[in-house]
Design a protein around this ligand. Sequence first.
Ligand code: IDP
Ligand code: MG
Length: 152
Amino acid sequence: MSVQERTYIMVKPDGVQRSLVGEIISRFEKRGFKLIALKLVHATPEHLEKHYADLKGKAFFPGLIKYMASGPVVAMVWQGLDAVKTGRVMLGATNPLASNPGTIRGDYALAVGRNICHGSDAVESAEKEIALWFPEGVVQYTNSQESWVFEL
Ligand code: IDP
Ligand code: MG
């Protein structure tokens, strides 16, 4: 766990269509995480198959790729203390019906196949996903709030 830990967070096509981009970004901002990469992208099925390579073979895989390629997504990298695990907690459970109120999925989603957001599940997969979605790299800058968010 480190202050430098990074996670890949994505607003899925349904989150974009339902105007939840600002809400999701706002939650990560307010929690104290630092935004170090952001773009709107309509991903190809081939790109999404790489992103979800671990799920190839699952019955829902073709439907998942179709859903994720159905419109633009907002790709982001957020940095901060325990970013990967805390990001997952903020998102809620994979199935929104099992997500607690107060989580993004628990507040805004109902169906597992339309769960509005993605978050990396481990530091290693986060780094892989960041490289896949941001081959151009992330942005380095100083956030003046850092010394108020962390015990530096
Ligand atoms: P995660 O997004 O919480 O990490 P994963 O198991 O990695 O969950 O699955 C990736 C995505 O695949 C889920 O977010 C969801 O959109 C979709 N998915 C997972 N399980 C199912 C299912 O049983 N039916 C339909 N879609 C599913
Ligand atoms: Mg996953």
